[in-house]
Write a protein that binds this ligand. Sequence first.
Ligand code: GDP
Ligand code: MG
Length: 681
Amino acid sequence: MASSTSTVLQNGSPPQSVPDSLSQRIQIIDDTKAFTNDLNAQIERWGLRDAGFSYNVVAVFGSQSTGKSTLLNGLFGTTFDVMDESKRQQTTKGIWMCRGTGMNVMVMDVEGTDGRERGEDQDFERKSALFSLASSEVLIVNLWEHQVGLYQGANMGLLKTVFEVNLGLFGKKDGTNSRTLLLFVIRDHIGTTPLANLEATLTQDVMRIWDSLAKPTELKDSQLRDHFDLAFTALPHKYLVPEKFQEALAALRNRFVSKDDPNFVFKPAYHKRIPADGVAFYMEGIWEQVQTNKDLDLPTQQELLAQFRCDEISGVALSEFNEQAKSQKRPIESGRVVEDLGKMMKSWRTEALARYDRDASRYHQGVYKRKRADLLAALDSTLSPLFLGQLKNLHKSCLVTFKKDMLQGMTGEGYNFADVVEQAREKCEGDFAAGATEAVVEEDSDSWGWEEELELLKEEMRSVANQCRKDETKKMVNLIERTFKKQISEPVELHLNKPAPNMWDSTLKVFKDTLEKAEKQYLAKAKSFDCTEEENDVALADIRQRAWMALRQKVDEQTTDAVVLSKLRAHFEERFRYDEHGIPRVWKPEDDIDSVFKKAKDQTLEIVPLYSKISPADSANSWALPPSAPSLNSSEDDFDFEASLVIFTETKVIDLTNKFRRDADAYYVEAKRSTVSSIAQ
Ligand code: GDP
Ligand code: MG
């Protein structure tokens, strides 16, 4: 064992006694950043498949050509490529893995160029570093002594990024988050600066990096020691003091091999607790996560160029598009429904995209696609207000047509209101849907929906129809009132011209019959209006009240002073100037003018009270009077039915009586004179 170790240490290649399969190395991640399919099989070939938890993983971190591979080969007897001094040739990029000779250790080495020199390689540098950190128990941080304290030179910037993303990606995996040992190996240590001083500087640097990290909120207060342990060692110059170098290397090697070494590095706390047969799968998963993590992505030169050019191309397409779109902005804003707007918008949009695609699709596909989505969003944000404006205008114009159609449908007799509404509604909705569908730029997309506007339109149609119905009902009631007035006019006049105790009974009968007809007329018409019961009740009460007022008006007309006086005169004359056979009287001196006069006058005066109040002789006829129901209009709220029965007051009765007496007296005097003159002849 001891001799095989020294063989390894001296020439950096595996001893002859080690079987080939054990010294095989595998490229687990190739230069296309693909993870190997062969790791599981390789672990089996290394004889580690059934090792359970009895294995360790170590990786290395550091600038190019700092002797990392040399160190690993020296420590673990691995076969990683070492740069050939004479050729200064770059080895193939990727992450390599070997099994440590004579130990259950999987060792990873990273090959690549220094990222800072060539932008595009930073991506791999970051990802491989993060992968190494996340998957190993011990990460060897390899650096020259003269790099200590130099932030850039010692790759501290990269370390910061890697810490940050590591924390974000893997920091909260579980509560008992396994720690990792960062083993700083200082190369070409001359010895003038004691290790303790270098250690202090490096510790300070790492702490400063830790404090400056953007930590996830749930890890805000986490400390460096919750995640990492730090250890330090120094190696003398390999070529200037080769013996000392080998000595130090052997001592360091012991820390990896011997559990009895007080500084044994593979503490159980660092183990990821993945059984050896699951390591391949586990590491592939970590790589997958590292690969898909956006925080690590750095745009390559190609992407930077694509971003610049795609922005330019998109800008040109957008400005041409904006010119086109502007042409319809005014018309829409002024309330017009622009014909074929949808067709136009679709063609502007397609043209702009085609223009962009033609020039931009040659660039980096990811950038091209992302910028295309941005362009599309910009196009749509211009088209959307046009679309919404068109809907609004369409809504307005459809509603106007709806009103027109309603009014047209309601002309003439015998139309069915419900049918008129239904027809106008169907047409309106159809017109709107057709116009709206035309304006849609992209079907099956939430941004081009018009259902909401249609709902608003429907709502307004309902309210227009409602208003029409109310107007129509009102017109109908007016018409019924006019007809009613015409119908009662003659019969009432006739009855009131025949003063008799049952004069009011017959008048009220006319009223009742005519009102019944009017109510029937209303109900027949109201059927097609979809009126509610309550609306019908209100309308009928209105009709009744108006009918009653019409009757009262007719009665008033027939009972003005002049009309009543002339009625009284006629009544009186009939009895005084004509005998019971209707023959005109020629007074003779022997005639008893006084008694005839008195009788005629008294009979006439009896009818004055008859006209003063509407009161049927038969109380059974009071049914004809309208109910004193609450009236329709608030202005008539204080309508007093009882008061409306009175036609004239007591004073008026006396006044009329007196006026009539004077007329009657004149007839008397005239009669007396006629006898005198007949004597004189
Ligand atoms: P890597 O790129 O970090 O893996 O470095 P290599 O292991 O390939 O070595 C790069 C060069 O450094 C080679 O020419 C080695 O011979 C040389 N080298 C290796 N170890 C040491 C060392 O301890 N000190 C010095 N000065 N050179 C070394
Ligand atoms: Mg190397």
